[in-house]
Design a protein around this ligand. Structure first.
Ligand SMILES: Cc1cc2nc3c(=O)[nH]c(=O)nc-3n(C[C@H](O)[C@H](O)[C@H](O)COP(=O)(O)OP(=O)(O)OC[C@H]3O[C@@H](n4cnc5c(N)ncnc54)[C@H](O)[C@@H]3O)c2cc1C
Length: 409
């Protein structure tokens, strides 16, 4: 960190958010709505892939408080039932587990939406907020000082901020500028994503087939359409992505055991090598990380962006409280509060998803027995199943800050 204070001649903001993926846009809107002078440095560009997000639990409430959900709701499909099906073909197999939202008194678990449509809704709302200044640019240099962080954009603008929110994804330049090390473990798996239309209705049921290489999930989209996330060993994933449309449709139909009838793949496929990434801290030197800059998980249980939205809600909450008490939003105690708010959620979900993935891949009989017994217990014992459902949606220890009526006051 440099010792100098804010260099003169640059615009100073309470907060500058760097990165305009879904986590960054949500954070920028939430921060601007607290009354903090906020800038967003993010290229205005179409979303680059065909991922979808199953928005669960408090994510919808949060998007409501941001006034984003009304722009997105009619483009999303309701998720009411989630099925886990053991398709490993192994000697010891787990029984099917079926989670139904009405068991925990909900109309829906959440909604599945294409990321490009969610991003468009976030962009639309961001453009409406007078307190949010947009730089259609990238941050070329980020330098933390004692009193501020200075930022130089690719087009030569100079800005400074009391707090920088790094929402700049996996390779996060903000994380590097803050001197935060990251623990990275490459998984020997890749996720192939594509969308399909099908001849039978999905009835708002998401089905996760567990294969010995990873899960293959069919998640409802509006109409007779679904999104597919197919996790496999890298070689198999490369083989799948190279198939013709007809061949991939046939492979998806076979993998889904024809539960959706005839399948036709839509244009567009993407491959994501999987990894687990855990930065040593989520905030340091006036820089706080949100979204994939702060955590990367394999796409199991639809947790990644749901956690990213909780990061966004928490950093806005912490900043709102700091400013209301006349404190500096980038001061060490503010960053400590943010780290404390995020620690248990991120650590516990990373642990559970890692274990779930390992237990699926393990060829060891004791591990397979344990996994089958665990799923059998969850499947047959109502109270345990309901706990698993509630925890899957949002951490139970979390105060109902997201969506709280005073969140934006
Ligand atoms: C196959 C797959 C399926 C998934 N499904 C789900 C799901 O169902 N539910 C769920 O909750 N999560 C899911 N996830 C996780 C989710 O997709 C990610 O958590 C989320 O997209 C990350 O968003 P982000 O905003 O943190 O990062 P990104 O979308 O990567 O955004 C980072 C942005 O920062 C920009 N940037 C980088 N450097 C700079 C710079 N110097 N200046 C300005 N901008 C910069 C980049 O261009 C990019 O636009 C899935 C992930 C995968 C791989």
């Amino acid at each position: 960190m440099n010792d100098a204070s804010a260099p003169s001649g640059s615009d100073t903001y309470d907060v500058v958010v760097i990165g305009g993926g879904p986590a960054g846009l949500a954070a920028a809107i939430a921060l601007a709505q607290t009354g903090a002078t906020t800038a967003l440095i993010a290229r205005l560009a179409p979303y680059a892939d065909n991922r979808t997000t199953a928005l669960l639990g408090g994510s919808i409430d949060f998007l409501q408080t941001l006034e984003v959900w009304p722009h997105a709701k009619d483009k999303a499909a309701e998720l009411q039932v989630m099925r886990l099906v053991d398709d490993t073909g192994r000697l010891i197999r787990a029984p099917e587990v079926r989670f139904s939202c009405d068991e925990i008194g909900l109309d829906v678990f959440g909604y599945n939406i294409e990321n490009r449509l969610l991003l468009a809704a976030l962009e639309q709302r961001a453009a409406e907020i007078p307190g949010l200044t947009r730089f259609d640019d990238e941050a070329a240099a980020i330098s933390p000082h004692d009193e501020v962080v200075t930022i130089r954009t690719g087009q030569g603008e100079s800005l400074s901020a009391r707090l920088v929110v790094g929402a700049d994804g996996r390779q996060s330049p903000c994380r590097e500028a803050a001197g935060i090390e990251v623990k990275r473990r490459e998984l020997n798996q890749a996720a192939l994503t594509f969308n399909i239309s099908h001849s039978r209705p999905h009835r708002n049921i998401s089905t996760e087939f567990h294969t010995s290489q990873g899960p293959c999930v069919f998640v409802p989209l509006p109409g007779d359409r679904s999104s597919v996330v197919w996790v496999a060993a890298p070689k198999e994933a490369e083989r799948l992505i190279a198939l013709s449309d007809g061949e991939l449709s046939e492979a998806a139909e076979k993998q889904s055991h024809s539960i959706l009838g005839r399948i036709s793949v839509e244009p567009g496929r993407h491959l994501f090598p999987l990894a687990i990434e855990q930065p040593r801290q989520v905030a340091q030197h006036r820089i706080a990380l949100v979204g994939e800059a702060a955590h990367v998980l394999p796409p199991i249980g639809a947790q990644g962006l749901n956690m990213g939205l909780r990061d966004a809600a928490d950093i806005a909450d912490v900043v709102r409280h700091a400013m209301a008490s006349g404190e500096d939003p980038g001061a060490p105690q503010t960053l400590r509060r943010y780290a404390l708010a995020r620690r248990a959620d991120v650590a516990s979900r990373t642990f559970v998803i890692d274990i779930a993935n390992r237990s699926l891949l393990s060829a060891l009989l004791p591990m397979q027995s344990l996994r089958a017994a665990g799923l059998h217990l969850i499947g047959s014992f109502g109270p345990l199943r309901r706990i698993a459902m509630r925890e899957g949606l949002a951490p139970s220890w979390r105060s109902p800050r997201v969506g709280r009526s005073d969140f934006l006051s």
